[in-house]
Design a protein around this ligand. Structure first.
Ligand SMILES: Nc1ncnc2c1ncn2[C@@H]1O[C@H](COP(=O)(O)OP(=O)(O)OP(=O)(O)O)[C@@H](O)[C@H]1O
Length: 260
């Protein structure tokens, strides 16, 4: 699928009297790696959830190409060419890596549950093709050697990779990553940054990376949008936003050590 532009247009999200997002606008250019950052409570997850259709914007709209995402159900994302990761990887810990990643391919299969249950010949052929592709994606993400291991037996960094593999299994044109480095140590975070960079380089897809860890983002993003208290305070190249006094103030005003 050819990447399309993701446009967040004047999105406001209210929770009672609180404006979690206040007229936020930014674009993710096709094929780019775009980061959305901000200190704790800035509105990053809220924005991610509006884009995914989990939260309904109080005002404003989100488009992916010609399609208005703010009118879609979250379960339509895969068919629109969008894959997403979850902050708390929602994987089945008793199932193997391969089975979890295969779940991501269900959106692409023709057969329904009934046909799969009947094990029709063309279904088993299709299933085999999907399993091969799922294995390829796992290989690419460095988890090819644990395909048949239950997810619950994997170290945390590998579990996050399974989550990303499942998102890539829908063959997305746009990948949405929600704080993928949360809970990782420095070495795991550095490896993950390398992997995200590789995904963009090898697959040529657009990536929106919502991230708390500024260090991860600055080395790999093409553009960075910065939220603070629900407002977009900066939007530019990593060098531009790093030099922006309002961004420095926003980050220094919170837990400086954690965000640096
Ligand atoms: N479901 C909700 N109900 C009420 N308030 C909410 C809800 N979700 C988020 N908020 C509030 O909206 C604001 C933005 O929160 P959000 O989780 O989007 O920020 P964030 O930048 O993702 O923070 P963090 O880095 O800590 O995850 C916060 O003040 C938060 O308390």
């Amino acid at each position: 699928m050819t990447p399309a532009e993701l446009r967040v247009e004047n999105v406001t999200l209210r929770f009672g009297g609180l404006r979690a997002l206040d007229s936020v606008s930014f674009d993710v250019q096709p094929g780019s790696l775009h980061a959305l950052i901000g200190p704790n409570g800035a509105g990053k997850s809220s924005c991610f959830n509006v884009i995914c259709g989990l939260y309904r914007a109080s005002e404003g709209r989100v488009f992916f190409g010609d399609v208005e995402l703010t009118r879609q159900r979250p379960n339509r994302l895969a068919r629109l060419g969008i894959g997403r990761s979850f902050q708390n990887a929602a994987l089945s810990s008793h199932s193997t890596v391969l089975d979890n990643v295969m779940l991501g391919r269900f959106a692409l299969t023709r057969g329904g549950f009934l046909e799969c249950g009947l094990r029709l010949p063309w279904i088993t052929r299709t299933e085999r093709r999907h399993a091969e592709r799922a294995a390829e994606i796992c290989e690419f993400l460095g988890i090819g050697d644990v395909l048949h291991t239950p997810v619950g037996a994997l170290p945390y960094g590998a579990v996050k990779r399974v989550d990303i593999a499942r998102a890539l299994a829908v063959e997305p044109a746009l990948l949405l990553l929600d704080e993928p480095a949360a809970g990782m140590n420095a070495a795991e975070t550095a490896e993950l940054a390398h992997t995200i960079h590789e995904i963009r380089a090898e697959l040529g897809i657009s990536i929106l990376l919502v991230e708390h860890d500024m260090g991860l983002v600055m080395g790999i993003a093409d553009r960075v949008s910065v939220l603070d208290f629900g407002r977009l305070i900066a939007d530019g190249t990593p060098a531009e936003v790093q030099a922006d006094p309002e961004v420095v103030r926003a980050y220094l005003g919170t837990d400086h050590k954690e965000n640096a």
